[in-house]
Design a protein around this ligand. Sequence first.
Ligand code: RIB
Ligand code: CA
Length: 313
Amino acid sequence: MSRRKIIIDTDPGQDDAVAILLALASPDALDVLGITAVAGNVPLALTAKNARVICELAGKVDVPVFAGCDAPLSRKLVTAEHVHGKTGLDGADLPDPAMPLQDAHAVDFLVDTLRAAPSGSVTLCALGPLTNIAAALTRAPDIAGRVPEIVLMGGAYFEVGNITPAAEFNIYVDPEAADIVMKSGIKLTIMPLDVSHKALTTRPRIEAFRALGTRIGETVAGWTDFFERFDMEKYGHDGAPLHDPTVIAYLLEPDLFTGRHINVEIETGSDLTRGMTVADWWRVTDRPANATFMGGVDADRFFRLLTDRLARL
Ligand code: RIB
Ligand code: CA
């Protein structure tokens, strides 16, 4: 398999952290050109710090980390400490990073890298609000034609909302950014709550992380232990949905997932349904399809892939 060049845009967050570890554990398949932090689960200063904490945990301090947008394009930032804790990585006690943050702004890194790389060679993996990516597309519209695919975690159809009754967090935080991405013309693959709510960190799956007997395994078990309490109380599930690693797993084993190529548009006008992903799952409109919207996942295989790869770090 040829190595796929990727940039990970992220707001770590425990599930982002597991996704980043999965990517860094897969150098056979993925070449992580850089990690761009965005404000989301916690403020930018913490997401930019956490991205470096994760790289150091994985022993991959050569991966450049960039700080991006500290607020949505045109709204006040909404964060999710109630889910992720004050640090964004509660559940494990890790040292502050020694590796430096890159001087360049994340949006400049996105634009410059996409312009310098051969067209169609760098996939974007979006694990948080889409502010950085939308800002790059607005600043440099020419890069849209150079991005072969954006694989993003966000939105929902059957699962509706997790931050409001109507909206999933990543899209809710910056609906205008999501709207720009949905209308960009770039090939989009969306991992919504409809998928992640079928990929639950049940007790046996968390124990499988712990059974790795490594610092990585213990840390991921601690993160998922912490992360799951919110969703279990709210949904009564026997585990937390492991949202962001589905994006990386898709790059490694796309046949883990099933979905439909449909039209997906973003509600930006209404306060009541702000950030809703209006997914034409049943194709009841003549709106053109603009995204592959996933609905199913082989959860056992997903967690086997994840655990096997984490064992490599
Ligand atoms: O709604 C889940 C998404 O919001 C995940 O990406 C999680 O990390 C948060 O960013
Ligand atoms: Ca995230």
